[in-house]
Design a protein around this ligand. Structure first.
Ligand code: ZN
Length: 198
């Protein structure tokens, strides 16, 4: 058994031992909101947004991008599980700013092993073969952080399956300070177009 596998199972045992009343939590999130954010290991949405089990939906992917699959989850979150406010939270120093579709496609074409990055950029040190399948994936990289938050909020806002009553807030999480910084033009474009009925 790998060290990591052992550690995870042992941590889980400790967690389950003190599970208490959490076994009685209902399925729909109690605080009726959802967060779309990056998978970056430095981000802990439960801590940075003050969530307990049962509070909110957290949808994560590389970049916290509004991919078709992220929108699928958000629509389920609202339509079947009743969330009424959504956050899109990208972050400073995001890895998605460090490559392009062209770069990752080229790397994957050479080798499936982990690439390295240095002052000369990304390169493969592992052995081949790679695969051309990377050509078929939109990797959703970005250069400008505020712009990516804005574009994702806008895409969600304008999606035909997203009701106008849901406000969508755009934020950047600062990995140096732990603070959430609002991207006002994103929150503005994400405003609810009709008032929420409660
Ligand atoms: Zn990231």
């Amino acid at each position: 058994m790998s060290q990591i596998l052992k550690e995870v199972l042992s941590a889980n045992q400790a967690y389950a031992t003190n599970f208490g009343e959490k076994g009685n939590l209902p399925l729909p999130p109690d605080r009726h909101f959802a967060i779309l954010t990056c998978m970056d290991a430095r981000l802990d949405p439960a801590k940075y947004a003050g969530l307990a089990e049962g509070d909110a939906h957290v949808i994560r992917n590389a970049g916290g991008r509004a991919s078709d699959d992220a929108i699928r989850s958000l629509v389920i979150s609202y339509k079947l599980l009743g969330t009424r406010e959504w956050f899109v939270i990208h972050h400073s120093d995001c890895g998605m700013q460090l490559f392009t579709d062209e770069i990752i496609r080229g790397l994957l074409n050479n080798s499936l092993e982990t690439a390295i990055v240095d002052e000369n950029g990304w390169r493969d040190v592992g052995k081949g073969p790679g695969s051309p399948e990377g050509e078929y994936i939109d990797w959703l990289t970005f250069k400008n952080l505020e712009q990516s938050v804005y574009e994702d909020v806008k895409r969600i806002r304008n999606h035909p399956l997203v009701p106008a009553a849901i406000p969508i807030y755009g934020f950047i999480y600062d990995v140096k300070t732990g603070q959430l910084i609002e991207v006002s033009k994103a929150t503005e474009v994400g405003q609810a177009k009709v008032s929420v009925t409660t």
